[in-house]
Structures are given as structure tokens and as C-alpha cells.
Write a protein that binds this ligand. Structure first.
Ligand code: CTP
Length: 397
């Protein structure tokens, strides 16, 4: 029983997909979980509390009080009881309220009181899902550390075809099972992660940078922390937020600052994932004042930055694992293998700019992992969160 004795609060909201929540509750219970259902008032329009309480063996909670005897239902107690809160289906309205703390029903107050991780499986029409407000609210939820179970693409209740359909209960069960299976797999491990771009200053207002968003490195940090690792995240300039008690974030700007922070932290680490897109060069001199436009050509000489990966490769003890990343446009595998050898890495994660949907600009990525003993494993195009899971499974176990 993969979920034996796990306490799960299953939140159900007013979507047509609420009917699937009954199968989901049943699957969770069959896997050993104790399930407490919390519904929004409109959730009850789609599936009856009687069906659900018969499945879970517990009265469904949806009001702050039971009308006939005045019993108060404590969202605070539910927040303490749960090992996981899973909201499936989550409508655009509930996602918006969760993102903004609008605590006008029992489900949202329970969410705000939750001490455990929260997973959200959105369900809505494709245009609602694609609306910028939904995208923003989902990003906010991610920034609170909540896990989004991406909706699937397919035919929707409206008969339109697109992304918005709640993921199937069997798939959600697998996500929950994997979540608990990995929970403590990295406990007591210390992991260094570099993420994002670096900015190399030209003058007080200009810099040389790159398009790295930091999303892949942040997804790795979240996944390592969730599995119990103590993470030191050295982040270049990115607009991402991260919130987990196991993550210590060190913000840096330049390659030199990233180098100094990484070299200082590495001796204590069990592993390092070097995901940052570090600038290879910096201006030889930084102008103290803003450079004025003139008629002449402006030449900026560049000098090489120190290679963080190669430096850590030299410092590496046999117990430490070093994982690098390579973004290649040509002769991908040959170049990646050369980098792995040159920098003394144990693994290299290869992204190709030739793959649609992979690389800097996307929330998805497509990778291959190469080992120092010459093996190669290819993965499908996935969300960066799922890619992080694959990378950690393959490299840190
Ligand atoms: N890296 C690093 N420090 C640098 C440059 C790169 O730690 N100064 C790391 C990256 O974080 C990545 C790996 O090295 O894990 C590969 O980076 P890449 O820039 O592709 O390698 P380079 O050696 O710079 O090769 P090239 O620019 O020739 O492709």
C-alpha cells in the first residue's frame, strides 16, 4: 500500500470534472490513504456529498458550521492533520481565490491553514486556462511552493479541443505516490545548485547577459528540497520566487560572484547541479560612469570568466557528485561528452536548442542525460518540474 496511513485532504470545486473526484478518492483509499473531502458550495452542484462520504467513510466538510447542531468545522485542525492537500478539480475561481487569499469558503480557509504540501489539478475550458489571469494565478501558486498537476489536452466538456481537462485520476494517483515515495530520499544530503544567467557589467546601467530564466534550476532546487535535501541555491538575476525551509538562496549578479559563492559552499556539499548559464566572458574594464554615445566605434574587450564547473571538478572528492548542463546547437553529444571530461563531471544533462519547446524561453524542456561511463538516456518533452524529477532520479537517486 503506497499511501498507507497518509492523511489526504481532497478539495473538490465546481467543475464538471468533479465526477472524476469520486474515482480519485477511491483510488487514494485503495492505496491506503485516509481521505477527508472538503467541497466548495458549487462543488456540491456537480457531485453529491453523500456519494463522497460513502466512499471515504467520513462526512464531507463544506460549511464552517453544521446547520442543525452548530458544530464548528475546524480548518485549522484539518491543516494540522493532513500530509497532503490535493485540490482536484480546481476551477479558475478557486485558483484565483487561493492565489489571492480570498477566504470566503471552507476550502480556501483550509488551504490557507495547510501545514502540508498542496497539489492542484486545474480543470477548465481552454480559453479560461489560457487567460493571462489564470496563468498569473497559477504562477503565484507555484511561487508559494504549491505543486500544479498540469491539465491534459483533449476534448473538453464544451466539446472544444485544447488544454484544460483535469488530469485522469490514475495519473494524479501516480503523482501523489511518486511524491510520497521520493519524500525523504535525499534527507541529510546537501546539494548546491547554480541557476539563471549572470550579468557582466559594462557601466552602471548596461550589462552583458543571456536569456536564461532560471526556471530549470529553481525546479531542481524545489524537488531536492521536497525530498529532504538541504539546498544552497546560488541564483543569478532572475524574477523567480522560491519558498521552502530547506532552501538557502544566495543571490548573485556576475559570474565572479557566482564562482565565489559556489566555491565557498562546495566543500560541505554531497552534490552540485550546475544549471546556471554562466557568462564565459566579462568586460575587461567596467566604466565608472555611463558610457556616452559618440561618433566612434566603441570596442569592449572581453576577458574570460573562471569556469565554476571545472573548478569544482578539480576540488571534487570521490564522495561528491557533480552534474553539469550543456546547451548545444551542433554535434551535441560529442561536445557534451568533451565538456564532461574537461570539467570532471559525473553526469551531463544535454539540452538541444534544436528541439521545439526546449531551452530558455519555455516552461518545458527535453533532455538527455549522459554519464561519465558513456551511457545515454533520452527523455520526452516535459514540464521543467517533471524534468527536474527525472534528473534527480537519474543522478542522485
Ligand atoms: N559553467 C560554469 N562556469 C562557467 C561556464 C559554464 O559552471 N564559467 C557550467 C554551466 O553551468 C554548465 C556547464 O558548465 O553546467 C556547461 O556550460 P557551457 O557554457 O555550455 O560550457 P563551456 O565550457 O562554456 O563551453 P562552450 O561555451 O564552448 O559551449
Amino acid at each position: 500500500m503506497t499511501l498507507k496511513d497518509k492523511h489526504i485532504v481532497l478539495g473538490i470545486t465546481g467543475s464538471i470534472a468533479a465526477y472524476k473526484a469520486a474515482s480519485l478518492a477511491r483510488l487514494l483509499i485503495k492505496a491506503g490513504a485516509e481521505v477527508q473531502i472538503v467541497m466548495t458550495p458549487s462543488g456540491k452542484e456537480f457531485i453529491t456529498p453523500v456519494t463522497l462520504s460513502a466512499l471515504t467513510g467520513k462526512p464531507v466538510v463544506s460549511e464552517f458550521f453544521t446547520a442543525n447542531d452548530g458544530t464548528w468545522h475546524s480548518h485549522v485542525d484539518l491543516g494540522q492533520w493532513a500530509d497532503l492537500m490535493l485540490i482536484a478539480p480546481a476551477t479558475a475561481a478557486t485558483i484565483g481565490k487561493m492565489a489571492n487569499g480570498i477566504a470566503d469558503n471552507m476550502l480556501i480557509t483550509t488551504y490557507l491553514s495547510m501545514k502540508s504540501p498542496v497539489m492542484i489539478a486545474p480543470a477548465m475550458d481552454l480559453d479560461m486556462f489560457a487567460h493571462p489571469s489564470t496563468t498569473r494565478n497559477i504562477e503565484l501558486l507555484r511561487s508559494y511552493g504549491n505543486i500544479i498537476i498540469e491539465p491534459a489536452a483533449g476534448e473538453l466538456a464544451s466539446h472544444l479541443i485544447g488544454k484544460g481537462r483535469m488530469e485522469e485520476p490514475e495519473k494524479i494517483l501516480t503523482v501523489v505516490e511518486d511524491f510520497f515515495a521520493g519524500e525523504e530520499s535525499l534527507s541529510k544530503k546537501k546539494v548546491l545548485i547554480t541557476a539563471g544567467p549572470t550579468y557582466e557589467r559594462i557601466d552602471p546601467v548596461r550589462f552583458i547577459g543571456n536569456y536564461s530564466s532560471g526556471k530549470m534550476g529553481f525546479a531542481l532546487a524545489e524537488e531536492c528540497a521536497r525530498r529532504g535535501a538541504q539546498v544552497t541555491l546560488v541564483a543569478g538575476p532572475v524574477s523567480l520566487k522560491i519558498n521552502h525551509p530547506n532552501i538557502t538562496r544566495i543571490d548573485v549578479e556576475s559570474a565572479e560572484e557566482m564562482y565565489n559563492a559556489s566555491v565557498k559552499a562546495f566543500p560541505e556539499m554531497d552534490a552540485a547541479l550546475l544549471c546556471a548559464a554562466v557568462a564565459d566572458f566579462r568586460p575587461a574594464e567596467q566604466y565608472k560612469e555611463k558610457v556616452k554615445r559618440g561618433e566612434d566605434i566603441l570596442n569592449i574587450s572581453l576577458v574570460p570568466n573562471k569556469d565554476i564547473a571545472a573548478s569544482l571538478g578539480k576540488m571534487k572528492k570521490s564522495s561528491q557528485i557533480l552534474i553539469g548542463f550543456a546547451l548545444e546547437t551542433n554535434d551535441e553529444e560529442t561536445n557534451a561528452l568533451k565538456k564532461m571530461a574537461k570539467k570532471n563531471l559525473d553526469f551531463i544533462v544535454l539540452n538541444s536548442l534544436n528541439d521545439a519547446g526546449a531551452g530558455f524561453k519555455y516552461d518545458t524542456n527535453k533532455i538527455a542525460i549522459l554519464t561519465s561511463s558513456g551511457e545515454r538516456k533520452d527523455f520526452a518533452l516535459k514540464s521543467k518540474k517533471d524534468v527536474a524529477t527525472d534528473i534527480i532520479n537519474e543522478t542522485l537517486g
